[in-house]
Design a protein around this ligand. Sequence first.
Ligand code: ZN
Length: 147
Amino acid sequence: MNLNHLYRAVIMEHYKNPLHKGLIEDPTYFTVHLHNPSCGDDMTVQVKTDGKHIFDIRHDGTGCSICCSSASVMSETLIDKDIAFALKVINEFYNLLMAKPYDETLLIGDALAYGGVSQFPARIKCASLAWKALEQGLIREGENSNG
Ligand code: ZN
């Protein structure tokens, strides 16, 4: 099994058995909804923080396997991290998707399975949609805690 097959297996596993999927009716969660018109992906991400630390991330949506699996990987990667750290990891994930150098100490685990997406520019939006939604939520939550 070569690396591409391994990475494809990781993506399909998260697509079939997504972690932290399903929204929660709780006003302490911050909700961001994003749409990717080029593929039809539709993603809602919820995050619970105290303005510094991420206690929980939920996601739900419809779309391609890249988008839906990436939301699962995103939640698994960033739950129980500090917001400042998570924003760095998100940025390294964008670097990975664009085939730019990324910090291997920050970006680890199943997120690395999306490195091959850089060869398919149209799919970069798919892979980053849930991460962008979380990023928006984290920036908003961080601002709230400062005010
Ligand atoms: Zn897609």
